[in-house]
Structures are given as C-alpha cells and as structure tokens.
Design a protein around this ligand. Structure first.
Ligand SMILES: Cc1ncc(COP(=O)(O)O)c(C=O)c1O
Length: 409
C-alpha cells in the first residue's frame, strides 16, 4: 500500500499532538439546536449526550443571525431559484444576482467603491495579499494577527516581513523607520478585532503613523484590516473597528460567517483593486464562490444590521457582555477590559485552564480553552463568546458555574 511507509510518521505526529493535550479532531457533533424558552436562550444538544442541553458560549454568531427566520427564508428562496451550489467559478459559468446584490450592499455599508465576495475571509486574505504585494513590497504585521494573514503574507513573497508588538503603534513606527529605501511599497496589515482577546487595533492612530511614512515609498504605505470579528460586533452601527476607533483602512476584509450569520468573506476597497482581484486573485479566479443561498442570507443580515433590529441586537449583546465581564471580575477572575462580545477569562495556567474548561463542560457550558501556541505562553484563557441570543439568566447561569469552580486562583 503506497501509504504504508508514511503512515507511521503520520501516527507519530498525531501522538505528539495528543501528548501536548491540544487535539482538535474530536469535534463535538451538534445534533439539535433547541429554541429559546421563557427566561432561557437557545441551547444545543451534542452527540453522545442526548437530552442534555448546553449553553453555547463558543460561537462567533454575536447577533444570533444564523438561526433567524429572515435569513433562513432568504437562503431558501435563493436556493430554490438558483440551486444550492454555484456550479463553477463566476467568470466561467456566470455570477448570480444574490452575489451581485450582496457586493453592492457591502460596498455601500462600508462606504467603499466596491466589494468582492470570496469563499471565506481566509480565502479573501490569501487572495488579496499576493495581488497587493510586489517583489519590492514590505509587509508589516501585528504579532497576534490571525493565521490567514500570516499565511497570506508568506504566499505573497514580499521583500521583507516585519512584525510589531501587539497594538504597539510606537513599535509599528519603529518598524516603518527600519524599512530600507529599496522597498517601493509597504502594506501594514492587522486584525481589526483580535479574536482571542476581544481587543482591537487603534485604527485612527495607525492611520496617523503610516501617514508619516507615506512619502518615503514610491507607492506609499497601505493599510489592510481584517475585521472578521468586528463587523456586527463593534461600533454604534456594527461597522466594526473602523467605527469604534474612528479610523479607516485602505483595504477592508471581513467575513460573512460570524456576526452576519451566513458564510463567506469579502474585500472592500477601490474599484481598480476589486477589478484586479477578479482578474488575478487565485482564490477568486480558481475557486468557487459561496452558494446563492449564503449570499442571500448575508444580504438579509446586512439589511437587518443596518436598521432598528441591528441596533437592538447590538444593544443586547453589549449588555450581556458587560454583565459577564463585571461578573467575572466580581468573582475575582482576570479578564481583558473592552466592549467586545469576546470575553476572556485569563487563567495564565495550562492545568487550571483545562480544569476550568472541564468544569464548565460538566456543568453544561461550552467555551473554548486557549493555551500556547494559540495564545502566547502564560496567556492561557477560557474564551467566552456572548451573543444577543443569550439572556440575562443565561449569563447568570454561566457565572454560577464559574462561582462553583474550586480553584478560582
Ligand atoms: C481575523 C480573522 N480572519 C479570518 C477568519 C476566518 O474567517 P472565515 O471563516 O470566513 O475564513 C477569522 C476567524 O477565525 C478571523 O478571526
């Protein structure tokens, strides 16, 4: 058998992962989503544990859009009209009206000339950076950037890759000073919201810093912001980190698969860039788009977000996040201050982190335990993700479970 000689090496790699206690492949299988009842928000059931409802605090659906009937109905209508899958890439067999309408809506929502939808935000970033980056470009990156940015920057093969300390705009300034004059273009790239911490890039200051270096390079300094966790979560109208930090990215990337409740990703920016992406971004030209149903659902989510429903959902998720943060502090745990529905409980200890995660699970709460290398060493945390679907009783239940953990530190 051809794999015979490779198989032991693969098994050894798996064993090493298991030894480190970081295995991800034993995925919980959700068998049912139970609707909200009375004081309680929705619950999920998992395979192997029938009849046992779990409070889900590990999903990115900050606004509870994914299960809203308006989105389900829009997806169903578009699916009936156009079919489930796109059947080919867009330039080959044609694009569908939901994709075109969604791109126009995204561009208008973010105040940009144009938007291009990709299969995911990961695919958007991996498509974008190789198009923006030339052999004489330097890429300058926040040290905690998402994996899609790190891999996209590698694939783009810039002249230089520089990394600045997390959110440290003074260090970004130093890095820009260090870029040699042989470089003709600089791309500064950052997450908007950092999903492990719920903090966000200070985009106004970032804009000022890069503005000071702009004239030194033939093509200037460009900012690219991936705000996958910011859209629908931060800012008075849910426009994300730009709104929360009074700044603006030159090129904006985000997902349709978190607060917007659908699936897919997008790039917003000037028309020339969007046109060039449709010509040359590998993950656009050679990879299918999202299905028409997802596009229609995302369009509906944007319409809802950009109106009274969105304001109400944003107010609700903020109130619940504030309730959880305050409760965590009152119990003597450490958290990271902020307004975002990612609410970390920082344990700084791998064993305690695992024990707390197990305690939560045993008491019906699903949350994510994060340790090195997902977060820096010593930053072990339990990440809670609050949703507008959570009720005050849900958060109180979660705090009750945290209060009953014997090792509060
Ligand atoms: C900053 C950032 N970019 C991209 C992604 C991936 O989004 P998608 O699932 O749409 O590829 C995530 C989420 O994990 C993220 O946090």
């Amino acid at each position: 058998v051809p794999l015979d000689r490779v198989a032991p090496a693969l098994a050894a790699q798996l064993a090493a992962i298991d030894d480190r206690g970081v295995a991800k492949r034993h995925e919980p299988v959700i068998t049912a989503v139970l609707p909200a009842r009375g004081e309680l928000g929705p619950r999920v059931e998992l395979a192997g544990e029938p009849g046992r409802p779990f409070l889900r605090c590990n999903a990115n659906g900050y606004l509870g859009m994914a299960t809203r009937h308006e989105l389900c109905a829009a997806a169903e209508r578009a699916t009936e009209a156009f079919g489930v899958g796109p059947q080919a890439v867009r330039f080959i067999s044609g694009t569908h009206t939901p994709h075109v309408a969604l791109e126009a809506r995204l561009a208008a929502f973010h105040g940009r000339e144009c938007a291009v939808v990709f299969g995911s935000a990961y695919a958007a970033m991996v498509g974008l950076l190789p198009v923006l980056v030339t052999p004489t470009t330097a890429v300058v990156s926040d040290e905690l950037n998402h994996n899609c940015i790190i891999n996209a920057a590698r694939l783009a093969q810039p002249a230089q890759r520089l990394v600045y300390r997390h959110l440290d705009m003074g260090h970004l300034d130093d890095m820009l000073h260090a870029v040699p004059p042989t470089v003709t273009r600089v791309v500064v790239v950052t997450d908007g919201v950092f999903s492990m911490r719920g903090d966000h890039a200070p985009l106004q200051v970032l804009g000022e810093v890069i503005g000071r270096h702009h004239a030194r390079f033939d093509d200037g300094v460009i900012s690219v912001v991936d705000d996958s966790h910011g859209v629908g979560a931060l800012g008075a109208t849910g426009r994300g980190t730009e709104e929360a930090s009074a700044g603006r990215a030159d090129v904006f990337v985000a997902t349709l698969g978190k607060a917007l409740g659908a699936n897919g990703g997008y790039v917003c920016g000037p028309a020339a860039l969007c046109d060039l992406l449709r010509e040359t971004a590998a993950t656009y030209v050679f990879s299918n788009p999202i299905g028409p149903g997802d596009a229609a659902a995302a369009l509906t989510a944007l319409d809802l977000l950009d109106g009274p429903v969105g304001r109400e959902l944003l107010a609700r998720v903020r109130a619940r996040a504030a309730q959880l943060r305050a409760g965590i502090v009152a119990l003597g745990y450490e958290t990271i201050a902020g307004e975002h529905p990612v609410v970390p409980l920082v344990t700084r200890d791998g064993d305690r982190n695992r024990a707390l995660a197990a305690h939560l699970r045993a008491n019906g709460v699903l949350a994510t335990a994060l340790s090195y290398p997902v977060v820096p060493r010593g930053d072990d945390e339990i990440r809670f993700q609050v949703s507008a679907e959570h009720t005050t009783s849900d958060v109180a239940e979660l705090l009750g479970v945290l209060a009953s953990f014997p090792d509060r530190g």
